[in-house]
Design a protein around this ligand. Sequence first.
Ligand SMILES: Nc1ncnc2c1ncn2[C@@H]1O[C@H](COP(=O)(O)OP(=O)(O)OP(=O)(O)O)[C@@H](O)[C@H]1O
Ligand SMILES: [Mg+2]
Length: 383
Amino acid sequence: MKKIRVAVLYGGRSGEHEVALRSAASVINNLDRSRYEIVPIGIDKNGKWHGAGPELLQAKTVSLPIYRNLPEVTLPPNPSASESGLVAMPSSAGNAPAVAGGNSTPFDVVFPVMHGTNGEDGTIQGLLELGEVAYVGCGVLASAVGMDKDVAKRLIAAAGLPVVPSLTIRLGEWTSGKANFLARMEKELGLPCFVKPANSGSSVGVHKVKTREDFAAAVEDAFRFDLKVLVEKAISAREIELSVLENGEYGKPPLVSIAGEVNATHEFYSYEAKYLDENGAELLIPAKITPEQLKEAQAIARKAFETLECEGLARCDLFLDKVSGKFYFNEVNTLPGFTSISMYPKMWEASGLPYSELLTKLIDLALARQARKQALVRDFTKG
Ligand SMILES: Nc1ncnc2c1ncn2[C@@H]1O[C@H](COP(=O)(O)OP(=O)(O)OP(=O)(O)O)[C@@H](O)[C@H]1O
Ligand SMILES: [Mg+2]
């Protein structure tokens, strides 16, 4: 059997670059080598793509480095420019360095292993669409919507799922409307409240605001990271997460794992709790919830995945109100952490799907979607 060539596109220009390197190492260590040949393509922090060498990946590492000595490559938006693969960028000396495999390094499918900006927000997915390559995970629409907490919440609420009350502030409205937004926050949401950039991740720019005096500074800090800010009623909540996977049988409802729980030891699940403090959070799989609660959480996750038009995979994060016992949708992460201790693969493992088989399923789904898309009519001029 000819091996499927999987381009693992990892790293990227985002605050979560280092996490992505760890996720990539884990993905590579778990891909079934009897089926797949791996083509690593590392994106450095300047956005340059380095690839794609022969199999460099003998030793198992915890964090996959970017192989900067490999030639700089790109994916052309015009698929006929290469054999459905990469082209080498001209070097500063003006000549294109050789890329293993000739001028192009063909692959069969791309596995993007990047988190946050430029990775799970639809931008890289758009590039992969233009290159007409098969890729793992959500498409442009679901990636972009999943990243925008304001738009995602509007769609989720319209689907009848519970969301925490919030208001949205655009930068252009803020400067002249500060007093108005302060009054609305107090009237509609109350204190404490959460202030966060609409498009962000890793809790960057997220603030818990306890006094009216602290409100404006929190909003302004969140505006450092995005042009749109969300203010949410703070709820005293347990954080429940579920892994969702597209059904291999096309058209059937997505599959949902058992639940996990993140129990932050800080005031909330902040950047520090996530990445800087080793004991910043306790991760519990399974979450200590009743079978009825699990059923309810799984139904919300399944419907959220469908509502946001997700494909492939997503991790769905919920809040479970400690007071009322009510679940709320918080967000979806369309390229969740994939390290060996990350919630997404761990929750599948605990549900009976080992990491390596999960990767195989994701690749199968990507190839099946590409085949369906290639069968679509694109040129309407031909009868
Ligand atoms: N309305 C809220 N009530 C209580 N806690 C909240 C609320 N909003 C956010 N939090 C806390 O802040 C943390 C970060 O917020 P959120 O999940 O919205 O953004 P993010 O984690 O930056 O996004 P991503 O998960 O995509 O990286 C949550 O995990 C939770 O601990
Ligand atoms: Mg979150």
